[in-house]
Design a protein around this ligand. Structure first.
Ligand code: TYM
Length: 330
């Protein structure tokens, strides 16, 4: 039997979760939860690195929790919790900020992208964000971090900081590694296959897990396609169709070869119609379950409270060792 790994991953509770988050992250989590020790976090402290409305943030935290449950994360198998409910994240985030170098954080592409959007209002928190993310991961002796491709650079930094800390203060942290999907680690925008599907992009760029069937169908039918014709998987020459094929593969389980065989001679329109139908069929039960969990706030609360207690016990034990190794406290 394969060794039980310790997994940590999280999603920012900003706006709705989209099919990129699902394919890149959540789908892997569900597959991995039964045979590993898993912690899945709703990273609200990360969300506040850009301006948030408190009412909306509160709603988005609950909605993200409901989404975790709706896609099939089972609180009996994994720990689901909100980051700010476990204060050790913030403490270790501060510590990691003292271990990280300015030059390392300046190189982070997510910071550079997000800073551009914030213009002159870039918070210090947005800059030190990867130190907090390293803390999230290292606090639980994590061995595996299942993420989308865009988070690989951050996980690499967590590895660097873990090694640096261990060299300076003695063996304290496990050095984790990222795992990404073979296909679908980077789902692209429907309206621009050169950019990543994102929560903060145009409404048409993403299929949100909360989208109604007619909205999903409209977005897919209007998705940008490549010049030429033919359904074949070639992300370089046919980025738009290859992206749609990746989504098709994930919602039907069909291999790329089968998709090529089934749709090879058909037009883009026929393929999109089939994709829209398959996506609606796949996402409808998830949307309904999410709505059901949103109505049962008491149950959501119970799950998040219990998850926070489990995570807090582990985090507290670890932070005591970290403080001791660094010479902090009395
Ligand atoms: P976030 O909230 O931006 O995204 C959540 C997860 O979804 C993946 N993802 C994608 N995968 C495929 N295609 C896409 N277009 C796409 N867009 C997003 C992300 O890679 C991620 O796995 N910094 C993290 C949250 C975080 C975290 C952590 C993750 C905080 N602490 C510790 C892992 C471990 C973030 O902003 O993810």
């Amino acid at each position: 039997m394969a060794k039980r790994e310790t997994l940590f991953s999280g999603i920012q509770p900003t706006n709705q979760t989209h099919i990129g988050n699902y394919i890149g992250a959540l789908k892997q989590w569900v597959e991995l939860q039964s045979s590993n020790n898993c912690l899945f976090c709703i990273v609200d402290l990360h969300a506040i690195t850009v301006p948030q409305n408190p009412e909306k943030l509160r709603e988005d935290i609950r909605s993200t929790a409901a989404t975790y449950l709706a896609v099939g994360l089972d609180p009996k198998k994994c720990t689901i919790f909100v980051q700010s409910d476990v204060p050790e994240h913030a403490e270790l985030g501060w510590i990691m900020g003292t271990v990280a170098r300015m030059s390392e954080l300046e190189r982070m592409t997510q910071f550079k992208d997000k800073a551009k959007k914030q213009k002159e209002n870039v918070s210090v928190g947005l800059f030190t964000y990867p130190a907090l993310m390293s803390a999230d991961i290292l606090l639980y002796d994590t061995t595996i971090v299942p993420v989308g491709e865009d988070q690989m650079q951050h996980v690499e930094l967590a590895r660097t900081l873990a090694r640096r800390f261990n060299t300076q203060f003695g063996e304290t942290f496990n050095v984790p590694h990222a795992v990404i999907q073979k296909t679908g680690a980077r789902i692209m925008s429907l309206d621009d296959p050169k950019t990543k599907m994102s929560k903060s992009g145009t409404l048409a760029n993403a299929i949100f897990l909360s989208d109604a069937p007619d909205v999903i169908t409209r977005k897919i039918m209007r998705a940008v396609t490549d010049s030429g014709k033919g359904i074949s998987f070639d992300p370089t020459k046919k980025p738009a169709i290859s992206n749609l094929m990746t989504i098709f593969h994930h919602v039907t389980g069909d291999s790329m070869e089968k998709i090529e065989q089934d749709f090879g001679n058909k037009g883009y329109g026929d393929f999109k119609k089939a994709l829209a139908e398959a996506t609606v069929e796949y996402l409808t039960p998830i949307r309904k379950k999410r709505e059901m969990y949103m109505k049962d706030q008491k149950e959501l609360d119970r799950i998040l409270k219990s998850g926070a207690e489990t995570a807090h016990k582990k985090a507290l034990k670890k932070i005591v060792t970290i403080r001791k190794n660094m010479g902090l406290g009395r």
